[in-house]
Write a protein that binds this ligand. Structure first.
Ligand code: FES
Ligand code: FE2
Length: 348
């Protein structure tokens, strides 16, 4: 199995609300320090968070106007990563600062998430072929998450993704009064099909033992989409109303993965239940954190692992999607989704 981190894709790496106007924020994406800045007009840009002069991270500095000022000697850089000013220069010292550049990362902001494009040095020009982060069609581009849970998983993004799409761990890891226990498992059968850069559990009524859906009332139906590099979007419909659960993973480094679990909805009355839902979301994610931490205790011995049918078929698909993405990038061709419509059965 290929454990490469995928390149030429967007990673949802920060929430819009974590970066105010005139603010800087640092993060690590695939081992690279990145500084994000938001201009007074609200636009976001991202540069490598290392000053090319003497290496101090820009994120210790500040924004002056729409530019980043290095905290050490005050060099200024614009949103293109170009140095526009070196304060120590005297008249007649004609160093052209604009020849000094730092790496700039493409960014986009959608539905309350800032997405950073991680390019491939060898093959940087396929951005147009890239999976677009999925849209919550019923809510529009400006939708904001109502409930936010976040965590850092101390594991490779592959294990985080697989854990996320694993249908069989629920009754054991997420034992909770709100969820289900191992005593009430049923045989499930779900239909899946390919979607651009991923696959989808087709729309269906959630199982009767999934108590969490009950809070929505009515007759909910749900559809779950997974897309590389690490996006899971569940869309629950109750009549004309919608709830979206978006989970995004981004690799901080080979053994650290940032996870955001976000809920969006257009059911105004759900506000009453918000504290409860928040507590549930936090608890749910912490249960996964604990499972991952415990798994790492075993993985340090580098055991060989298994993926079984049908409960782990989605994990197999994830690896198949990854391999195809890497191959298509190397060969400079269009991605061909390897997934076929399939019915999967498991007990949970
Ligand atoms: S280290 Fe940044 S200006 Fe000198
Ligand atoms: Fe989980």
């Amino acid at each position: 199995m290929n454990t490469d981190i995928l390149h030429n894709v967007w990673y949802g790496s920060l929430l819009s609300q974590e970066l105010g106007k005139g603010q800087l924020k640092s993060l690590v994406l695939n081992g690279e320090p990145v500084v994000l800045a938001r201009t007074q007009e609200g636009l976001v840009y991202a540069l490598k968070d290392i000053c090319p002069h003497r290496g101090i991270p820009f994120s210790f500095g500040r924004m002056v106007g729409d530019q980043i000022e290095c905290p050490y000697h005050g060099w200024k850089f614009n949103s293109g990563g170009v140095c526009t000013e070196i304060p120590s220069l005297c008249s007649g010292q004609d160093l052209d600062s604009t020849k000094i550049k730092v790496k700039k990362y493409p960014v986009m902001e959608k539905q309350g998430v800032i997405w950073i494009y991680l390019s491939d040095k060898k093959n940087p020009d396929v951005e147009s072929l890239t999976p677009e982060p999925p849209l919550m069609a019923a809510l529009g581009l400006d939708a904001k998450p109502q409930v936010i849970a976040e965590a850092v998983f101390k594991c490779h993004i592959d294990h985080a993704v697989i854990g996320l799409m694993d249908p069989a761990h629920g009754p054991y890891v997420h034992k909770s009064v709100f969820w289900r226990s191992e005593k009430t498992t049923y045989e499930k059968s779900k239909n899946f099909g390919p979607v651009p850069f991923g696959f989808q559990m087709l729309r269906h009524q959630p199982s009767k033992n999934s108590k969490a859906y009950k809070i929505l009332g009515g007759q909910p139906t749900t559809e779950i989409t997974f897309q590389i590099p690490g996006v899971r979007l569940e869309h629950i419909q109750v009549g004309k109303r919608n709830v979206y659960s978006l989970t995004i993973l981004s690799p901080m480094g080979p053994m650290q993965t940032k996870v955001y679990s976000l809920l969006y909805w257009d059911m105004p009355w759900l506000v009453i239940a918000k504290p409860l839902i928040q507590a549930f979301a936090d608890r749910f994610l912490q249960q996964d954190v604990q499972a991952v931490d415990r798994q790492q205790v075993g993985l340090q011995y580098d055991p060989s692992l298994m993926l079984i049918k049908d409960a782990d078929t989605q994990a197999k698909w994830y690896y198949a999607l990854k391999s195809e993405w890497i191959k298509a990038s190397l060969e400079g061709r269009q991605f061909q989704n390897p997934i076929q419509p399939t019915e999967l059965r498991w007990r949970s």
